[in-house]
Write a protein that binds this ligand. Sequence first.
Ligand SMILES: [Cu+2]
Length: 223
Amino acid sequence: MPEARWKTVILALGWPLVAGTLQGPVHILDRNGKPRPTLKDCVAILEPLDAAVKTPGPRSLLVIRTRDKEFSPRVSLATPGTEVSFPNMDAILHNVFSVTPGNRFDTGHYLPGDAPRVKLVGPGLVKLYCNVHHQMNAFVWVVETPFAQLLEHRQDLRFEQVPPGSYRLRLWHPEAGERTWTVKVEGALTQGSWTLEATLPPVESHKNKFGKDYPPPADETSY
Ligand SMILES: [Cu+2]
């Protein structure tokens, strides 16, 4: 039977065509054009445009600690319905709030050893801040695709078992923002090469949870 007719038969029966792999190097260039040594905090998300991909359910509990006045990890992945816990490992008060539409919350001040929880609802990038410390920021990407990864200490992205079709590839980094590409996955291996430019400050200027400027730090020993 000619190949085209086989394809017609497979489509008519609803069998998935052979899944493939999308792979290739990712570069993050600093302001001076120098590539960063790692892809730490870089997120790659592959969203189907016309491919048949099942939406994942809530992930298991995500834990974001506050330690040395930093959120750790700084960048995480979640799906709608995922719960997040914020254990306070410092000896001072912290707070976590988000004013991101679809995922607004405020834990209130919480004590050393406390671990307030929130549930993430809508998809997209959620920006987390501490109402006490302006310099603290963290990010959670809430995704509706099984194809999402933190690139961390790798040099490339690699998605396996990807059903054939068109996708939106989103690459994001806190200091580069987001860039998107349309990619077509077909055959066993689809390759590409993608670059982000890190031109943003590590902590973007933002207001506190009341929409006001942060007051100057007062008593650094207790807060
Ligand atoms: Cu804090």
